[in-house]
Design a protein around this ligand. Sequence first.
Ligand code: NAI
Length: 454
Amino acid sequence: MDKFDLIVLGGGPAGYLAAERAGHAGLKTAVVEKRALGGVCLNEGCVPSKTFLNSAKIYEHALHGKAYGVTAENVKIDQNVVVDRKNKVVKQLVGGVGMQMKANHVTVLNGNGKICGKCEEGFKIEVDGTAYACDKLIIATGSTAFVPPIKGAKESLESGFALTNREILDLREIPEKLVVIGGGVIGLEMASYFNSVGSKVTVVEMLNKIAGPTDSEISNFLLKEYQKKGVDFKLGCAVTEIADGKVVYTENGESKSVEADKVLIAIGRRAFTQDIGLETIGVYTERGNIVTDENLRTNVAGVYATGDVNGKIMLAHTAYRESEVAVNHILGKKDKMRYHAIPSVIYTTPEVGAVGETEDSAKEKGLDFRVANISMRFSGRFVAENEGGDGICKLIIDNKYDRLIGVHLIGSYASEIIYGAAMMIESEYRIKDLKELVFPHPTVCEIIREALFQ
Ligand code: NAI
């Protein structure tokens, strides 16, 4: 039986990053992947959805360039080219991960991995029936789209009438009427794309707000922007049935329906822990998520769980950092995971970038805080580039220590600016120190400096 210092179960962002770091540090490492390296993020999530959204952006620029002195005729979007390009990008990046594995001497085991208890040499892992042993194990099996126990959901997915984030990115025809169930991140990004390229989009969301935990003021702004663009939002409406050609939902106790050519189910994801043999070594889970500590250790010595599978923050960049912390722990290096300054982005137009406490969460926690809120129009570059547009920059400032505890942006480049805000929170600078920072001019990020001086 081949023996490794470390086996990583799952080759998504959590898994390949863990394998890369461990291999680089000299551990004899294997990563097990049953589909393609890169996982959901590279193959059917973060990256491919960005190729779609960039095509939509270019299309919209061509359509609406008149205010900027640019006119174009006969502007068309070709969904086949969009999907082909997406596949090309995915292939390139997945190939890049494979090369990284090679460069760091990581063995890639293609197949379905399963934990099969312990053996004399450590943990026993079977990959499509072949047994391997390892001293340490990182479980990075990710998550899968949650299919709600609502009437017709399973059948609609089987017939292709309903789709998850996986299938929608292979759609070669633009549906005339798209109903999106769930107004969270996936729902909004896909609603944005299909609205741009001509579908009549309806979003049915159970809560009274979109974008889940996003600061309410920002999510309201986003809601209004998309209503202006023609997306129909059914808020406070729970879907009860997906039937042929329609989605049935309840609004204030009344049953209603909306017609659809395709339905996207985007009501969250669940940790993938079924049938991977957790019970054979006694790994503890809570509500389906593997329980981990600040070093990403599970209750079983030598076993770690990083990425979506621990259900903490289901974002690829959280997974990267968690995997680094786990590998550092294995290597005996001092490190620990901190979750309070992890930025998040929604790639709509306008983009949303957020980090730390929202006004709502700060209130709920009873924190002593103040809010600095400023329009994006205070940024010269924003005005120069966004004819008639607006956005928000909102800072949440802790009064006791006079430092930033939350930053929320809606407007262009928010996705690229937010990491800077996360660094300000992570490094715990006082507001007076942040005021001394010099920002490049003219940029949209200067809006943070403007807000600090409010
Ligand atoms: P989500 O949790 O963000 O949103 C799901 C939404 O569905 C919620 O607003 C919920 O209230 C609603 N919902 C639940 N049951 C419903 C029902 N029966 N009828 C109507 N609405 C219902 O989940 P989503 O959008 O599927 O995303 C999954 C994960 O992927 C998230 O954890 C997200 O962080 C991650 N992701 C991150 C992205 C990014 O960072 N840009 C992009 C895409 C996904």
